[in-house]
Write a new protein. Sequence first.
Length: 202
Amino acid sequence: MSNHRLIEITDEVRAEVSGPELDQKDMEYCVLSSQTELRAVVASNPKLPTRFAQWMAKDIEPTVREALSQNQSIDPKIIDELSQDSNLAVISAAASNPNLKPERLSELANHRSYIVRNEVARNSKAPLAVLERLARDSEWGVRRSVASNLNVTKELLNQLSTEDIPEIQLAVAANPATAMDTLTNLWNSFPGTRRTVVENPS
């Protein structure tokens, strides 16, 4: 196939290009394609070889590097490299990747952008010390993300449940890790959480 031939990016094409059964020759075609969208789709492929991931980490288009940053199957060293990108969207995507090393997540928890800190707070592999720090973040959206993290402690969820912000209360109420005592307190103190408390699977 010629890399100059434009391909219509349909849902079917997306599914094939991002799927693990993609032929290696077709994958290389997509990696080298002049179509940014096609490169971004293949960047998410779980079978993307390291050599291709290394090329794509230097792609001129941020959307391609962003998609690559979210790929949980690539070498963690590449994710770490992307977490130091000049583009905020790429850094944020890397911060959401559970394969980003804990030390780097801790550094990004201090990032100037709340968007990056928010992704760290949502990361399932964020260390407890990082989540505790972000639970005191100045941005309530970051604190809500901590409250939604399935690996947060019952103690931290109880602390967050006293927030006056409804979105945080609801996040605590929905988290399966929330203790029954905390759920009971939410039910009694904040009627707006009652439907969510009832639906909590714990």
